[in-house]
Design a protein around this ligand. Structure first.
Ligand code: 5GP
Length: 159
């Protein structure tokens, strides 16, 4: 597997490029950040598009790097945002890999606009807007990922 290390600067540029592309697809009335990966890009895109009504869709999918587990929904979206099948809603995530997460969101909110910063070939066609495609055998390391700093989460140290 190839490793693609993304710096904070690069990520900020790519997330702003996503916002620029999305400005032609709106307007959007609200945003859903897919946690946790979508939290940082959602903050950047929300600022660029001046969106202030933001909900989270909390899922967990990966058990280990490169190994996919089931997509488990921990928290859905608020009723007022899910109303209208997600029309006018912008969904933001960091990347689409297999597309399993995107499929889940599409089933829930068929009219929402789904955007990711990066996409692998399997996930890309399922997303409405993304910026950069990387190969399926690439693992992307985000600046907030552990692999880069070899640090355990702060929560572990406090246990
Ligand atoms: P998917 O459902 O499209 O297979 O992937 C969903 C989630 O898995 C992504 O939102 C992301 O959090 C995680 N993921 C998949 N591939 C990668 C990767 O290459 N790097 C990182 N850091 N996370 C990944």
């Amino acid at each position: 597997q190839k490793a693609f290390h993304v710096s904070w600067d690069q990520f900020h540029r790519d997330a702003r490029a996503l916002a620029w592309r999305l400005s032609a697809s709106g307007p959007f009335s609200s945003m859903i950040a897919v946690t946790r990966g979508g939290l940082v890009p959602a903050a950047i895109v929300a600022r660029e598009l001046d969106l202030r009504l933001i909900d989270t869709f909390c899922v967990t999918s990966y058990v280990a790097e490169g190994v996919q587990g089931e997509v488990t929904v921990l928290k859905g979206v608020a009723a007022e945002i899910a109303a209208g099948a997600g029309a006018g809603v912008l969904v933001v995530d960091d990347l689409a890999d297999t597309g399993a997460t995107v499929k889940q969101i599409r089933a829930l909110l068929p009219k929402a606009h789904i955007a990711t910063v990066y996409a692998k070939p399997l996930g890309g066609p399922l997303v409405d807007t993304y910026v950069t495609e990387v190969s399926q055998d690439t693992w992307i390391y985000f600046p907030w990922d552990l692999g880069l700093s070899f640090q355990a989460p702060i929560a572990d140290a406090r246990r």
